[in-house]
Each structure stands twice: as C-alpha cells, then as structure tokens.
Write a protein that binds this ligand. Structure first.
Ligand code: CLF
Ligand code: SF4
Length: 519
C-alpha cells in the first residue's frame, strides 16, 4: 500500500517508484487522418471508432477535439501562483509558459472567487464546457487551492468538465486525488526524456524539500512525469502531453518523446513552438534562442503523427483565458466585473444551447460528407494548403481585412486536415500602412494556394493573385470543410483540363517565435 504524505483533505499518496515506468498497454490513441466521417480522437466530425466513454469526454472539449474548438469554449482560473521547477522559457514574473504565452500576467484568484467567475462565465457563454487550471504557476505546487477550486466548481456547475495542466513533478503524488475529484483531462508538459537534454531546459527543480540542479534535476523530473502519465492512463484519465519545441535543443528528440508518451497511454500530443522574444526576459529570450518556423513545427508534427493524434490548434492560452480558443474574453470577467454581475446559472438553458450546437455540427458533418462523396473516385497526388478567414463555428465568416489569423487546412483526395493557424496583423486599420501589412500577411500564408474569405477588397485581391494565392469568396458564410473540398475538386478539374498548372508553393517564411496567439 502507498503511504500517505502531508495532511488535510488533499493529502497525497507516496508512490513506490519501482512499480512505475513500465510502459502501459499501448493505448491506440486515434488515427490522425481527418477524412470526413473517420474517427481520429473525436477530433473530426463524428465518434467513428472511438469508444463511447472516450467520445463523451472529448466531443465538446475544445482542446481534445479539433472540431469542438470551432464551437465550444474553455476558461482558466488563475488560482495557482507557486511553481516547483524553473524552465528556461519562463520568466517567473509572468504566467506558466507551459500553457500560456510568456509576458502575460493573470489576475490571481481565491477558490471562492474562481467559482464565482466560473458561474458568471457559464451563464454568459453557454458553450463554455471546460474549466482548466493552468497556472499562473504549477497547479500541483498549489494543491489546496487547486483541488478546492475543482471541488467547488464540480458542486456548483456539474456539467462543466474539469481540466488540469501540470509540469508533472508532483503528479504521481496526486493521481488518486485527481481521480477522486472527477478530473477527466490532464495535460503534462514533457519536453524531454533524456536528462542531458533536460539539463539545457531546466536549471533546477525543488523536490522533497531540496533543490536539485542539472542532470540530477532533469532525471527526477522525467521519471516523475512518465510515472504520473502512466498512472493516470491506467485510471482511464485522458492525458494530453504538451511539448515545447526548442530548435537545436529538443526538436529531433521530441520524436522520441512522442514514442515514450504514446507507449504510456497519452491520448494526444501537442507540440508547441517556443516563444522567446527578448522582452519577456526569459533565459532563452535573453540568450538569443530562437523559436521554430511554422514549417519546422509542421514537419515535426507530421513526423510524430502515426497512431497518436497530434493537436495542431493550440493557441498557447493565458492562465486566465476565457472564450473560444483564439479569442480572449478575459477582460469581461475580471473580479470587479464579476462582482457586478447578476449571475443565473441554468443547466437547462446551457443544455438547450449545446443541443443546438450539436445540431449545427451534425449538419456541417453531413454537408462535408456529401461533398467528399463527390470527390470520391478522383485520383491525384496533389496535396496543397489553403488559408481560411473565420470567426468560428466552422464557417468562412470573416472578411480578409478583419482577420487576425488564418486557419490553415491541407487538402488532398482524402479530404481536409487542419494543420495550424497563422497569426497576422489586421489588414484594415484605417487606411495607413496597408501595403506593409499586406506583404506581411502574404508572407505569412505564402505556402497556401488559396485564401477563403467572406469578403475581400479589390486591392488585396489583385495583390494576392500577383503573389500566386487565389482569393476565394464564393463560399462566404458556408462550412469550411465542405467548401474546401468543393474548391479542391474544381481545382483538380482545372488542372486536368489544362486551364491551370499545379505548382508547388514555397514554405511560409513567418517565424512562429513571435507571439502567435492572444487567447
Ligand atoms: Fe486549458 Fe489546457 Fe485544459 Fe485546454 S488549454 S488546461 S487542455 S482547457 Fe488548450 Fe490553451 Fe493549448 Fe492548453 S489551447 S494552451 S492545449
Ligand atoms: Fe514557469 Fe510553468 Fe515552467 Fe513553472 S512549470 S517555471 S510556471 S513554465
């Protein structure tokens, strides 16, 4: 039996490390192909071959399901200020950079303030389905506040899923508490399984009342992370692994990390770009360590994509993020604003709203399936990228000039696959410097063959055409997947008839080491 360490309600279990670290039965994860109607971690349209219990956990979680992120929102509550390790991409003045952009500071809350905020958000945003604790330090370095918050939220708002993100150092000690608390989703940031590489990322950890440095610190950290992952998987808790891609330090190594976490039951792997602008004052930022380019990130994600699903829609949120991924509504829910609100949390209203969302999703999936049926039988080696301006709901519903980002899809005769997003400067800002902004936008999507928009003006349209990117506005306010497949079918027809020639496009030259998300 495990001994119990600490006191109080959230006392942790000390774990016999010798029993750990043997790979769990390989969790098959999910296929990564995203042809409409196929399963893939619930990350596309339907349940497919996912067991119902897992489908229920992922179908409306915006991070665990790529499709869900168009429709459902998450919120974070910043109740966990302390941390027990130091990462070289983190400046401790700010929030935990494992699930947060460096340079962002969240308003810290007590558990009681956090639950009030959760109810206020749930009443205002009925599609908010997940409450996560992701900082501003490490949630498990603040166990009392973290688990008290989850307990209060579970009582007050039982339809909200609970989600936790941790660096993993304390994880094995809290697996039982996590399971007891009804937390179904846990993210562990794992950047290495080789302590020599780890020593370049983590200068120190604080463990068992002692500070460890260098290779010793990294060895303890990797053992504890993998041990915690395996224990959670064995209890049926869905685990996502986040990894920060740091060129020349762990980029190639992350393929090994992917294999190691897959064999221990991780459900999803999210490889995120290092953000290392010098102004954030991190060790990597100050010593000139660069982040990966968009195509370096995609190449690594592609290399890791096998039996295990890769998350490609992460927005590196704030520790107090609120809203759909990619939007930031945290300013509407500051403590001062929440106090003023007359909150009425109504489970029935929320359920009715979410039922309507599910109807919309079903209609979208049916439309996509029908369009894909028309593509069936076409054979072609052509695979290309397109950029889409969207405000959400899986629709092409944003004007080119208002887009803050473009979502990028890969098209082939197998269908559509979401491969990432490109943050850009908004083109329309009152008429000045538009040429400069347009060239930056074009550089950001210059590996795409087309850009789908709800509307576009004459000048950007002609400049895009000159740059070899086809502006497509005939599918305004229609579903993305369906429209992309329809356009791709016509593209293949035009190539076949000789009307156009297919040329491979160059790689996006944008550097994702700059801030790429504001959510
Ligand atoms: Fe938050 Fe993380 Fe839960 Fe999502 S975020 S704790 S799993 S509810 Fe999501 Fe944000 Fe990326 Fe995290 S987009 S940073 S992966
Ligand atoms: Fe910063 Fe998070 Fe790393 Fe702690 S775990 S040092 S808060 S990035």
């Amino acid at each position: 039996m495990n001994a119990v360490v600490g006191r109080g309600k959230y006392a942790k279990a000390a774990v016999d490390a010798s029993k750990m670290l043997q790979p769990a039965a390989m969790h098959k994860g999910c296929r990564s192909s995203s042809s409409i109607g196929q399963a893939s971690c619930g990350s596309r349209a339907g349940q497919g071959d996912l067991p119902t219990a897992i489908w229920e956990k992922v179908k409306n979680h915006p991070c665990y399901s790529e499709q869900a992120h168009h429709h459902y929102a998450r919120m974070h509550v910043a109740v966990a200020p302390a941390c027990n390790i130091q990462c070289n991409y983190c400046n401790r003045k700010y929030d935990c950079a494992n699930e947060s952009r460096p340079g962002v500071v969240s308003e810290k809350l007590t558990p009681e303030q956090a639950v009030k905020k959760a109810l206020a958000v749930a009443a205002t945003i009925p599609q908010m389905t997940v409450l996560g604790i992701a900082g501003p330090g490490d949630p498990l370095a603040n166990p009392e506040k973290t688990f008290k918050t989850f307990e209060l939220v579970a009582k007050a708002a039982p339809d909200i899923k609970l989600c936790l993100s941790t660096n993993g150092l304390s994880l094995p000690d809290y697996v039982d508490v996590i399971a007891r608390s009804g937390i179904d989703h846990v993210t562990i940031t794992i950047n290495m399984i080789d302590p020599e590489i780890g020593a370049k990322i983590y200068p120190w950890i604080f463990f068992n009342h002692r500070r460890y440095t260098g290779i010793d610190a990294a060895r303890i950290l990797t053992d504890r992370q993998l041990q915690g992952l395996q224990m959670l998987s064995e209890r049926g808790i869905l685990c996502k692994v986040n990894s920060v891609m740091i060129p020349q330090i762990n980029d190639h190594h992350l393929v090994e990390v992917n294999k190691a976490v897959k064999s221990r039951g991780a459900f999803l792997h999210n490889i995120m770009p290092l953000i290392s602008a010098p102004e954030y004052g991190t060790v990597f930022g100050l010593n000139g360590q660069r982040g990966p380019t968009a195509q370096e990130l995609k190449a690594l994600q592609d290399a890791c994509e096998g039996e295990m699903n890769m998350m490609r829609h992460c927005r590196q949120c704030r520790a107090d993020a609120v809203g759909l991924l990619g939007e930031d509504r945290s300013a509407e829910f500051t403590t001062d604003e929440v106090i003023k609100m007359d909150v009425e949390y109504d489970l029935e209203i929320r359920k009715a709203y979410q039922d309507r969302v599910e109807d919309e999703r079903a209609a979208k999936a049916a439309a996509s399936k029908e369009e894909l049926g028309r593509l069936a039988g076409k054979t072609s080696e052509i695979s290309l990228l397109v950029a889409v301006a969207t405000k959400g709901s899986g629709l092409i519903n944003e004007h080119f000039g208002h887009a803050k980002e473009f979502q990028v899809y890969e098209l082939s005769t197998s269908g559509t696959k979401f491969v990432g997003h490109r943050r850009v400067d908004v083109y329309c800002q009152g008429g000045y410097d538009e040429d400069d902004r347009l060239s930056t936008i074009i550089r950001g999507i210059n590996d795409c063959h087309a850009v789908f928009v709800a509307k576009i003006g004459g000048s950007p349209k002609s400049n895009l055409i000159k740059a070899g990117i086809e502006p497509v506005d005939q599918y305004a306010h229609d579903f993305i997947d369906k429209s992309a497949v329809a356009w791709f079918r016509s593209y293949l027809d035009r190539v076949k008839s000789g009307e156009i020639q297919h040329v491979k496009r160059g790689d996006a030259s944008i550097r994702q080491g700059a801030p790429i998300s504001a959510a």
